[in-house]
Design a protein around this ligand. Structure first.
Ligand code: NAD
Length: 438
């Protein structure tokens, strides 16, 4: 489904009208293409905490586009801020430079997790960073993004994969997010362009839409991808799997024997899987009073309960390799709620609960568990929405446009990276900083 308004706004006449009438102006987002450098131009680093040194080292080592008079990246280490008076340092660094940030620029603030701060004053000041970053995300415009990384003490060397994602075009539709990074030993890939070489990834709901894009991006990153979907989607599934030189697995995740069949498939064909992406999902929208029992039950079962049953067998039978990754697809509806979606929003909020409740136990086994919550993504699912709802969904975010399936896929690829072991228990929104449920 093409965004006709955005196409018009990019045309000559459209540009004129959009400016004159003050209409939403969806910028062209910088998305990653093969061979693109991580940094689109100069980066300026500020602040004075425990992360300044590792930051300089990482930024100097990143591939960078030549030239450019203006900063493409502004990074501030706020870990030295220990009280509210110290927050002034944010103003002093950003005020003189923020207006000259390039289009699709990147702002990243790094702080200490408030829950790990030494005292209440420091925790208060660190918590305040969230409001700063979310507001900067809403101000910068032109496809630029702003994020906050809470880096736990001891995790200073675990931030590179996250910076590579957030500073590059891979995070085009991710803004206003707070990511927590914990201490871990980091498994640095030999080749950052193909970090999943030698790994096996399983993606559910891979016959089309976002799942097909996830399978494609994980394949690009070097993984062998097992594409899973219902038998009724068999033709599309085979096409996707063949194109990617992956494997097609026809399985209805709600079938009683699905966990057993999946476990046997992994054990006999691959010994173990390294990445498992719970992407399959359905909607059966109706207001609560008009919803039949089947509509309630099927949505809860596909979107939530099947994820629990699969995780149980993956963990009980050690089917994930060391440094394994589980990523669950939630939705902004699970954060904000949505009219006509009591079933769907319950299931997607439940996915967030699943991530939060299990992340610590999973981390203790050397694995990570994270969630991704897409906002409005251009797929068959959103193309089927009534026009007014669709237009509202597209424009009510800092990017004034919908995201693409690849935006969700790139986010999952970052979480699946072997170097992202410090990122667990996070739910990252891929929503262009949607105004809903902030
Ligand atoms: P889609 O309908 O295009 O694809 C979903 C896939 O899941 C289909 O191929 C379907 O056959 C498969 N599936 C459904 N039930 C299954 C089952 N029982 N067993 C195995 N496979 C099954 O949807 P999409 O837009 O690509 O969405 C993918 C995920 O992203 C879903 O979890 C959805 O809730 C979530 N999401 C999408 C959006 C959006 O804007 N499109 C927004 C937020 C969240």
């Amino acid at each position: 489904m093409s965004d006709r308004y955005a196409n018009f706004a990019h045309s000559g006449a459209g540009r004129f009208l959009v400016k004159r009438l003050g209409l939403p102006d969806p910028p062209r987002l910088r998305r990653h293409s093969a061979g693109d450098p991580v940094l689109a131009g100069p980066a300026q680093i500020g602040g004075s905490g425990r992360l300044v040194e590792p930051l300089h080292k990482i930024i100097e080592g990143l591939p960078k586009a030549e030239g450019g008079d203006h900063n493409a990246v502004l990074i501030f280490d706020a870990t030295a801020i220990v009280d509210t008076a110290g927050l002034r340092a944010l103003y002093d660094f950003f005020h003189p430079v923020i207006r000259s940030l390039t289009p699709s620029g990147r702002v990243v603030v790094l702080g200490s997790p408030p829950e790990l701060c030494a005292n209440a004053r420091e925790a208060t000041a660190q918590r305040a960073l969230e409001g700063f970053v979310r507001s900067v995300g809403k101000e910068v415009g032109h496809g630029s993004t702003a994020q906050l990384l809470y880096v736990a003490p001891g995790a200073e060397d675990a931030i590179e994969s996250t910076l590579r994602f957030l500073l590059s075009g891979r995070s085009a539709y991710v803004s206003g997010q707070v990511v927590r990074i914990g201490p871990t030993s980091v498994d640095v890939p030999e080749d950052w362009e193909r970090p999943l070489v030698g790994k096996t990834a399983i993606v559910t709901g891979a016959a089309r839409g976002i799942g097909a894009a996830i399978a494609e991006v994980l394949t690009r990153d070097g993984a062998h991808v097992v594409c899973l979907d219902v038998p009724a989607a068999g033709e599309d599934l085979s096409r996707v799997a063949n194109e990617l030189k992956g494997t097609a697995l026809q399985l209805d995740l709600t079938a009683e024997d699905a966990p057993r069949r999946l476990a046997d498939f992994i054990a006999t064909r691959h010994v173990h899987a390294d990445v498992f992406v719970h992407n399959a999902g359905i909607t059966r929208d109706k207001t609560l009073g008009r919803m039949d029992e089947q509509q309630w039950r099927s949505v809860l079962d596909v979107n939530l309960s099947s994820q629990e049953r699969i995780n149980d067998v993956l963990l009980a039978e050690n089917l994930l390799g060391g440094n394994g990754r589980i990523v669950s697809v939630s939705s902004v509806s699970g954060i904000a709620g949505n009219r006509g979606q009591t079933n769907y929003a319950t299931s997607k909020a439940g996915v967030i609960g699943l991530v939060e409740a299990n992340a610590a136990a999973v981390a203790a086994r050397g694995l990570t568990l994270n969630g991704v919550a897409p906002g409005f993504i251009e797929t068959k699912m959103t193309a089927a929405m009534p026009m007014f709802v669709r237009e509202a969904g597209r424009r009510m975010n800092s990017m004034s446009q919908g995201g693409l399936p690849v935006d969700v896929a790139e986010t999952i690829a970052w979480l699946a990276n072997p170097a992202s072991g410090g990122v667990s228990g996070n739910v990252v929104r891929v929503c262009g900083q949607s105004l809903l449920g902030a």
